[in-house]
Design a protein around this ligand. Sequence first.
Ligand code: GLY
Length: 431
Amino acid sequence: MLIGGGGREHAMGLSIVKSGTELIVISPNRNPGLLRIAKELIIGDENDSDFVLQNALRTEPDYVFIGPESPLARGVSDVLLKNKFNVFAPSSISARLETSKSYCREFMSRNGLRGNIESRAFSDPQEAENFIKEVGYDFVIKPDGLTGGKGVMVQGVHFQKKEDGIRITREYLDSGQGSLLVEKKMTGEEFSLQAFVKGSKIYFLPLVQDYKRAYENDEGPNTGGMGSICFSERGLPFISSDTVVESRNIMSDLVKKFSDKIEDYVGPIFGGFIATREGPKLLEINARLGDPEAMNVLSLMENSIQDVAMDVLNNQDPNLEFKDKINVLRYLVPKGYGSRPVPSTIDLEEEKLLLRGLRIYYASVNLEGKQLKQTASRSLALLSEGTDIPQISARFDDLSLLLKGEYAMRRDIGTESMIESKKDAMKTVIT
Ligand code: GLY
């Protein structure tokens, strides 16, 4: 059983059925990709633990996978675990590493873990204001809870002066949405390091870089992610091998300490890192695979995630194998996504896109007749895989005849010039 109906879950579903497994999906939307591969697609609220449990009791899945973070936060994994299902996802206690940014920071600092960032949590606007007035560095404002990747405000990017930061913290804290963190701003290239975990054992996946900003050249509002690149086990060309080793050590120490002190973490984990002059720093932990990052790595992973889950849950080391290819993913989103999305419809020539060598992952869309109806969230992802960047990017050229409708897509993701500019940016950071 797979819970969730976005692009990440389509990739997880494809990986699950690769091993000949029957797939049952619980999803809030009629994802056309999942509809095609699932034995049964149950439309309903993925965050409703009673609804999920009733369907699990009826269909008796051997394994349960949970894609998004909100069912973890809402106790869906807890209820399934209590009813003795094999769940390849963390409990709500483990998921606190994602659902409370302050908990994660405190856990790291209490246990002397490397990679942490100077950070203070506030629920009182006056205390936040007093702190910001005194702070001697540029800072970032982060909601403590879940925001779908869209809530972080960075000085120098989303606001300039301390007074603006004070106004933002005050407005947020007065709105009753919970507490927030004021963190030291880090400079460098961000990257995503994902892994599968059982207790103190961690199995790493290749690095991915995700592009969160809505517009080309990394401008505009933050989004859930507009696309991503992955160079399989070669790593990212602008991230040094020392940085990879150190970030793996940071994650590995974190999960070991967590299993010593709290409980065995089980399932996928995601470290959002930034490569700084002082080495990699952990921006955030997510208690799941990333979206879009899951599509990059699962497309390259030869193993089925079902077989991996079976091994990991049975305390066997999975033998992870990845194709030696590069892949670039670009999301199609409704116009205005990131600020005021205006959902519309998309007509796509699926066969022609596939013939061109693009892979399609359906996300938060509903299939109605032959049309894809967009929601306010991301619609579908196109993934191009190969050995050479110009050939990989060329598959995204002239898509207008194959994809008709109102949508936005970043055309700079995974181009040669973008990758060169990332290398230059990283040289400036380290010199
Ligand atoms: N792409 C980052 C995330 O899934 O949160």
